[in-house]
Write a protein that binds this ligand. Structure first.
Ligand SMILES: Cc1cc2nc3c(=O)[nH]c(=O)nc-3n(C[C@H](O)[C@H](O)[C@H](O)COP(=O)(O)O)c2cc1C
Length: 176
């Protein structure tokens, strides 16, 4: 699959997953795509914990109150370090987002599916609860998690605005 094909096929998937195992090698390829992402000052502030023990997957699904997550073959937990990379500036959120987008594309390329789970971690101390389960130090934050598996149904990307609604050449034109 070429890059633009992966970009166009990528879609958030919240359905059921098949029982097909996802190999450690495939998971490493996906996370390596995240590691290759750009980061502010090349500070590489995102760390990754690959969870593929079924019991831990179920515990994370319970903590974040998302039943479909329990059916994933793995969960990639993205952990950020907010230490400033330059003067008083931290680019940790942007670094993590760049890594996650690379991984979404690698997951699509592997014929697997996922969804970027982020907002859901921000309530009820859920991010910290996952952090405690995985022994993540108090000065690092669980920021985004990606449940990964083979989808039972074909993921469908949500509709996007037209080019004209979102972009223009040389000057701002009325957008959405
Ligand atoms: C910053 C960010 C946070 C997100 N948080 C969640 C989330 O907590 N739960 C969820 O189900 N989807 C989450 N998503 C996925 C979006 O809902 C999804 O990308 C959007 O609806 C567009 O659909 P598409 O990914 O199929 O294009 C998040 C996406 C982004 C970029």
């Amino acid at each position: 699959m070429n890059t633009l094909e992966a970009i166009n096929r990528r879609a958030s998937y919240r359905g059921s997953f098949t029982d097909k195992k996802v190999s450690d090698e495939t998971l490493k390829t996906i996370v390596q795509a995240g590691i290759q992402a750009p980061s502010g000052c090349n500070a590489q502030t995102t760390g990754f914990v690959i969870v593929n023990e079924p019991e831990k997957i179920k515990k994370i699904a319970t903590i974040c109150q998302k039943d479909f997550v329990a059916g994933a073959q793995a969960i990639i937990v993205c952990v950020v370090d907010h230490t400033p990379a330059f003067q008083d500036m931290s680019f940790a959120a942007e670094d993590c987002a760049a890594a996650v987008e690379n991984m979404l594309l690698a997951i699509t390329d592997a014929g697997l599916a996922t969804v970027w789970l982020d907002g859901v971690l921000r309530r009820d101390n859920i991010a910290r609860q996952i952090g405690n389960l995985l022994n993540i130090p108090a000065d690092r934050d669980v920021f985004i998690i990606l449940p990964v598996g083979e989808p039972s149904e074909t993921p469908v990307q949500r509709e996007k605005c037209s080019f004209e609604q979102r972009a223009s050449f040389n000057q701002w034109e009325k957008q959405k």
